[in-house]
Design a binder for this molecule. Structure first.
Ligand code: ZN
Length: 260
């Protein structure tokens, strides 16, 4: 097992996609999993369902981020990522405040609205200014129905081709929906600044093999979206070169995020 092999070398996995909770019992259980699976660094953001709405107001978002700040200060494995709702005008100023507090990225930008150019542009400018990546939720639903406010990989292709100096991470290849569409679109898009994390609950075979075969392997980052067993099995069980697994587990994430 490569994640155990890394432990033997005194290093661990870097997880770019983790959510923490208002409930500290859940956070403690999460920390146990983090330890068990040899995660050295976890980039945490608000668990969107703690906010009670797909379109949370500014106060709810700010409260969620304050909890992230508290956890990042308390546990050395955590680094904060600032959650924003693109529909709240005040969230932009809030995001800058948390970046000044040492947060390492912006995201997970969730499902309140598609990340249209005019909505995302101020956050792109902020990401440029603070040299941090953006993590954006995507899916391509084929059943039971599409969700009109949810981003898919095409939206992120537009963003990364327009702004080629910013780093954008498409959330969770296994996060539900048609992952083969995601791989094909990544390949067509060809933007060197568009990254994908390997998280999610879908256990289909060949996801990682297809990604490595058809996309830049430097752009594939380990992410769990909290689902450690499935997300690690997806990498460990993939028929790819062990050095590529190490790139995915730790080298690539630390080129996109600042890992110190
Ligand atoms: Zn997530």
């Amino acid at each position: 097992m490569i994640f155990e092999h890394l432990r033997g070398k005194g290093v661990g996995i870097v997880d770019v996609h983790v959510h923490t909770f208002y409930n500290d019992d859940l956070n403690k259980a999460l920390l146990k999993a983090i330890d068990k699976f040899n995660v050295e660094r976890a980039f945490i953001s608000v668990y969107p369902f703690d906010l009670g709405s797909m379109n949370p107001d500014h106060e709810s978002v700010a409260r969620g981020n304050r909890k992230i700040l508290e956890l990042a200060r308390r546990y050395s494995v955590f680094r904060g990522v600032v959650f924003v709702n693109l529909l709240n005008s005040m969230d932009l100023y809030m995001a800058e405040k948390f970046l000044k507090e040492g947060f390492r990225g912006i995201g997970e930008i969730y499902r309140s609205v598609k990340p249209r150019i005019k909505l995302i542009e101020p956050y792109i400018e902020l990401a440029k200014q603070y040299d941090v990546p953006l993590l954006i939720h995507i899916a391509h639903r084929i059943y039971p129905r599409s969700r009109p406010r949810e981003a898919d990989i095409g939206d992120l292709c537009r963003i990364t081709r327009r702004w080629q100096r910013i780093r954008v991470i498409a959330a969770h290849i296994g996060g539900g929906g048609d992952w083969e569409n995601t791989v094909e679109m990544l390949r067509l898009c060809g933007a060197r600044n568009l990254y994908i994390d390997t998280g999610g609950s879908v256990g289909d075979s060949y996801m990682i093999e297809d990604l490595v075969k058809h996309y830049y392997k430097e752009n594939i980052l380990f992410g769990s979206d909290n689902i450690y067993t499935t997300s690690i099995a997806r990498i460990e069980g993939a028929d790819i070169d062990p050095n590529t697994k190490i790139m995915i587990y730790r080298d690539n994430p630390c080129k996109v995020f600042s890992c110190d």
